[in-house]
Design a binder for this molecule. Structure first.
Ligand SMILES: [Zn+2]
Length: 305
């Protein structure tokens, strides 16, 4: 510090020396103030798996979890799905059932441990959630698979819950709706898991004999024992755009037939062309379409479908 400099001058000079020429600005030109760089957007966001654009979760929720950039239908959790679908939730069914481990099954980890991890991850007790409530003026029972829960696999509790949903629908003579998303049977339960195919199929048959409508919405993906039972036994099958639907996976079939299977093999649109699904419906129209179909099947007089 020289005799003519005050401590403030020295500090200012030091600061000036540290900052870059961009920050110092041009002498004689008024500097424009900009927002500090620390003000970053901290709102929770999700990357679209199709176009990799990042969208805030709020925007996604308002758009029914459809990517606003490429129209890709993102996975919805079972609870989100049912709360979105029903105008009013009156109650939840099948919560009294809990999984057992009769085979003492261990793969890379014991089955109970795997279940506990899935429960921690999803906050759900099983892979199928069942609710009853209102879809506009209709009372319906709706169930949805949660693919995050062990790949939406169908074990005995999933079977129990589905049968309970069907029995409730039968007793109250209200339609049953199922949003399917599953990798198939739960191998940790072996034969017990495979038996759920017969149980759920017979529950659907009881609905059919009583004339109670059963609507299936196939969401991405539906495979294995679920495709081979409850997901293909609806009075009407709707599917979300580009959902993968099949029994065996594409790679397994390719290895078996030794042939390359091109897109859109096993996509919803391909199955529509081949008569497996009745309509591919955009998620924005799914509630309207489901309501119109169910109302028609229930013969509501105030519908112009
Ligand atoms: Zn996208």
């Amino acid at each position: 510090m020289t005799d003519t400099q005050t401590p403030t001058d020295v500090a200012a000079a030091a600061n000036n020396k540290k900052s870059s020429w961009l920050e110092r600005g041009v002498p004689g030109v008024k500097q424009q103030l900009t927002a500090p760089l620390t003000a970053v957007n901290t709102e929770p966001s999700t990357e679209c798996p199709n176009c990799h654009t990042v969208t805030t979760n709020t925007a996604l929720i308002f758009n029914c979890y459809v990517c606003p950039h490429c129209d890709h239908h993102l996975t919805m959790t079972a609870r989100d799905r049912l709360q979105w679908f029903l105008d009013e939730v009156e109650g939840e069914l099948g919560q009294q059932f809990s999984a057992k481990d009769p085979l003492q099954f261990v793969d890379s980890k014991p089955y109970p441990k795997r279940m506990a991890e899935a429960q921690d991850k999803t906050g759900e007790s099983e892979a199928l959630i069942v609710m009853h409530g209102k879809l506009r003026n209709l009372t319906v029972v709706a169930c949805a698979f949660d693919f995050r829960f062990m790949g939406g696999s169908m074990g005995s509790v999933v079977g129990d819950r589905f049968v309970e949903a069907a029995e409730y629908a039968l007793e109250h003579r209200v339609p049953l709706v199922c949003f399917a998303a599953s990798g198939g049977a739960r191998m940790q339960e072996g034969l017990l898991s495979l038996m759920q195919m017969a149980r759920t199929a017979s529950a659907v048959e009881r609905l059919r004999l009583a004339g109670v409508p059963y609507l299936v919405v196939l969401t991405n993906p539906v495979y294995g024992g679920v495709t081979a039972s409850l997901a293909m036994l609806g009075d009407i099958h709707l599917a979300e755009p580009k959902a993968m639907i099949g029994f065996a996976g594409k790679r397994v079939i390719e290895q078996t037939v030794r042939e390359k299977l091109e897109e859109p093999f096993q996509r919803a649109e391909y199955l529509l062309d081949h008569g497996v699904v009745d309509e591919v419906v955009h998620r924005h129209q799914l509630i309207d379409t489901s309501y119109r179909l169910l109302a028609k099947l229930c013969q509501q007089p105030n519908i112009q479908a």
